[in-house]
Write a protein that binds this ligand. Sequence first.
Ligand code: ZN
Length: 416
Amino acid sequence: MEILENPWPNPALPLLGVELPTLTLKSTSGSFDITPGNDLRMYVCGITPYDATHLGHAATYLTFDLINRYTSLGGGKVHFVENITDIDEPLLERAERDGTDWESLGQRETDLFASDMSALRILAPEWFVPATKTMDLVDVAISAMQNNGFVYELEGDLYFRTQSFLDELPYSLETCLSIFGERGGDPARPGKEHPLDPVLWLANKNGEPGWDSSHGYGRPGWHIECAVISLRYLLGSKFLTGDSTRTSLIDIQGGGSDLIFPHHFMSAVQVKAITGQQFARGYVHTGMIGLDGEKMSKSKGNLVFVSKLLAEGVDPVVIRFALLRDHYSQDRMWSEAKLIQSQADVDRIRGALSRNEVAPTTQVVAQIINALSQNLDTPVAIGSLLAWVEATEAGQTGGSTGELARALDSALGLAF
Ligand code: ZN
């Protein structure tokens, strides 16, 4: 797998010709603002490519796509980086189960992910970076942390010392301990200085894939991968030293709410251990998606895959529209009924947009932009759009379909 610049083609963003208000987003630590016209450095945690893109992934990348679009429309340059966790336990386990090799499995699922993203009109990251291509970066980053006193060895494996960051935990210590065990951590391993310490470098075991490094032959822990990829691809040559001209090194680290702990916490404190600086201004998290009242998970076998919906002939604009109906930060349910309702609404919107005379559009465009500016309030934006459809169907006139269609395409990624 290779490091890719602009991994899939981006649709053009028609300009809106309106002034964009400041974008306010909710972070785990409160609200923060993105000023239109300013550049944005955004890192979104990517997939572990052992299975196809499900609706939870789609909803997450759609959320950061809205931020990307909003900033770009405001005239700011977006530096957007996404990783691919192409070496990890689940990938190795799945490859073993299916009797395939982990590299071709990872490549196949990454290609499918890219085509799903493209179908959903999600703008490509500037850099799409597989973890396996960053071993040299991980190597020097671990050395930097070692020099700063944050690394210890346990039976050939290297661990990160979390002790000095425990007062920054996002949840109680007890909660963190239980989540840590469920999400890839090893709190019970004897000999660790603190149960929450995550692995930085895992010595090679049982013939698993490994890489040579100054810390021995092995492979990196998950959190250090995201820490180094974000620093290298968003800060360039300042990746180990940090950037003292900035209070925080990047603007946004994003992902699903299941990444709040340990992943985003650990990446952020490891960045601090490398550079001495605050990592992101804001940590933005998306809610989880369930199916028909149940949590969607691979263990339940009820994941809804984007590629499967597309293969069944579902219009990608309908999937995107259905996901936008709910607020990104909420846990929500997916259902067949929601898809059917969304198809019906999309048909009505297309009908309204094809009329010669339509209800006034300047106001609805402003309402959509304002809703987006307030923590990406897409339910309000969609509500305004449907109210416009109703007004058009009721015979109101005075609008311009071009003006509204451009705004829907650019700001919401809905090309009708
Ligand atoms: Zn990550």
